[in-house]
Write a protein that binds this ligand. Structure first.
Ligand code: 4NP
Length: 157
């Protein structure tokens, strides 16, 4: 286990926040060698920094995600990353369509790692109110901690 890719639709809201949260949780768990990245299933915002509302909400929780730039997932990502985690069911389904036969990455719903939660999707905050970003981050941070524990447990064998 050496790399994790977080995926949403635009790669400017949820997956950049998720990358920030997973990075922080891994570093706190001593898993600094695990690589993290994020991507979008769409190419709509390629090259753009994260949405200003996402940058602000993340900064309130000590994550600086302002240096990230959006990119679209490509076929090589399915071999380059061990875990490919989708923010919602639509993106999960799209990833399963795009995944090349025989590729080694495992596609998950990100909130599978969140443990006891009544929801399995991080809602898209793009068209909503600013507090939607905080709500998304609550879910994202819980899954990020769960994912770090999952990897730490596997690393111990
Ligand atoms: P994200 O949010 O998938 O969390 O990055 C969105 C960003 C942009 C759009 C939709 C969702 N858009 O329609 O441009």
């Amino acid at each position: 286990m050496k790399s994790i890719l977080l995926v949403c639709l635009g790669n400017i809201c949820r997956s950049p926040m998720a990358e920030g949260a997973v990075r922080l949780a891994l570093d706190k768990t001593g898993l600094t060698h695990i690589e993290t990245d994020s991507a979008g299933t769409s190419g709509w915002h390629v090259g753009s920094p994260p949405d200003a509302r996402a940058v602000k909400a993340a900064l309130m929780r000590d994550m600086d995600i302002s240096g990230q730039r959006a990119r679209q997932i490509d076929a090589a990502d399915f071999d380059r990353f061990d875990i490919i985690a989708a923010m919602d069911q639509n993106n999960y389904a799209r990833l399963r369509e795009l995944q090349p036969d025989g590729s080694t990455g495992r596609v998950h719903l990100f909130l599978e790692f969140a443990g006891e939660l009544p929801v399995r999707e991080v809602p898209d905050p793009y068209y909503g109110r600013e507090d939607g970003f905080d709500h998304a981050l609550d879910l994202i941070e819980q899954a990020a901690r769960g994912l770090a524990h999952y990897i730490a447990a596997r690393a111990k064998g």
